[in-house]
Design a protein around this ligand. Sequence first.
Ligand code: X5A
Ligand code: ZN
Length: 663
Amino acid sequence: MGTALIYDEEMTKYKLLWVDPACKIEVPERLTASHEALVRNGLADRCVSLPVREAVDAEILLVHSEEYLEAVKQTPHMTLEDLKEFTLQYGDVYFHPNIYHCAKLAVGSALQLVDGVMMGKVKNGMALVRPPGHHSMRSAANGFCVFNNVAIAARYAKQKYGVKRILIVDWDIHHGQGVQYCFEDDPSVLYFSWHRYEHQKFWPHLRDSDYDIVGKGDGAGFNINVPWNKVGMENSDYLSVFCHILLPVAYEFCPDLVLVCAGFDSAIGDPEGKMCATPEIFAHLTHLLMNLAGGKLCAVLEGGYNLTSLGQSVCQTVQSLLGDPLPPLTDLSGPCRSALESLQSVRAAHRQHWSCLKHAVDLPTSEISTKRVKLSGEEAKEQAEEEQSGTEEKIWAEPLKRVSPPVCSAVVLPDDVVCPDACERLGSAEELNPHSLILKKDFLKDDDPLTAFSRVFSLIERMKKNEIRNGLALVGDVTMAMTCVVQHVAAEDNSRILLVCVGNGNIPSHIKEDGKTLVVQISCENTVEQESKYYVPVCLKKSCTDSSGFLQSVFSVLLPLGYQYNPRLVLLVRTPGSEVCDGAWLQLTGLLQSFAQGHTLVLLQEDDKACVDPTAAVLLGNPAPPLGQLQASPTEDAEAVERIRSRLKDDWKLLMTAAPENG
Ligand code: X5A
Ligand code: ZN
């Protein structure tokens, strides 16, 4: 099943007809630049192109008032003077004789995308549309938006397909207040938005955009606002918010469909956002959402005003939808102080609504709820400098090509185990020259481990040459295999292995200490092990069979560590008797594809045969099955995860969720 792309040149056929500094950045070239970038990179051809259509009145009325629709309907017949005057009643928007037509196509594009995904014609997709939608309200155009494309798509999906829960992720740099107002009392739609806010000094200057606006009535908790109170936010800031707020909440919510208000004014170089996250971040944001809702994800273009940055960001998003390997994110630091303050405030405001945040040990609410960063003389100066530098052109490197190796998944299996569909089995032909093997004799006691290991090593060699993306091996002794692989790989310079070990079992101490391997062990063993910077044991005493505690540790510990460590290889090992339920294992497998350009080697114990096919399916790029709405994880385990974070946060800054007290 493919990825849909929806685009029609017709939506380039309106523009600003008078002088208005607030609107001059919203140009037709935004759409052509996005589409041309997809064509130039060979991505448009790899997508399933779905036709656009005009939305009908009944669909627009799912969100907008009849009076407003009737008013917009008049605009194609208006004179220039009438259009100017009509425009004046709204904020930061313009009308044109053809915009009503385009606005109907923009809504219709979003609905076509929802249809394609819900009817199973495609697995996911992106709609390139103009005008954008997320600022428009029931009876008002606003912020370049006429009809609320994504809000209408959500109501449509509920009505037509009986979708129970929808997650809307708004990563545009402006607050989609139109979406918030539409669903603020509705618990079936979880709306998440981050936005440049600067303590209400940034457009649209609404008190409603702050972190303490969490939804009303039954919808309390289902509106998540993350205000950015400074410009210049980077990849680390965005990732922190995903790991420590959005992903835990989204998995607890368990949507049946994910809609993205995909604005790219949150990327570097954008004149509106003034942020510093690189286009590659959208590859990761997209990927991190792709294991929710069985992969049903629809991205609909919103903002994005630097044509270079916009084109690159659109390509990164679509490439992730297509399943290409993720680009490395280098130089991740910790979140900046202002981002930490936001993170802390949002988590505090939502801890009563989401069990995944209940045990957050950030500052108590009382100490921060009224806290506003006052501009001291020093900070005012800093800000003036920032504003100055904001007028200069930002320069960033063009994203590297994301090349899919010819083989996606290779397996090493005993002869009596059937090779999963679409995987390549490594047999004797690929066996490696035994000279490159350094095996200790006592590792070789099973039936024919030498053959199995040489096949595993061959697999690793071919991963290094980027001939194979990932692999899976069923071995007689998983601990032994893990030890051999680490030894083999760590023997070379620059090898950074992320070893994720699920289940109990002893990890040889030389692995924990070699500094070339970051070990994260998620187990339910009762022993209290001494952690170090490179050995992070997560003991879930109560919840070894419970997904919520397990996933909690994945989002709040493993992902941040993995991003910061930036491994060259991920080794994912499941030791015998690990009772972690299969669904969570598959989610983990899918999420780990974020690292090492997808170079993951999974080691399973021989008697774990039932796990081979589902694991291989995820390695091949299929979404992991949804886990269902998660229950609260046991207090003891949630607290254990929090303790690990607070102990390791000085070494691994992406674990932080609160600003240091002073400084
Ligand atoms: C969709 C979008 C931005 C409007 C900014 C007006 N709108 N100052 O990015
Ligand atoms: Zn925007």
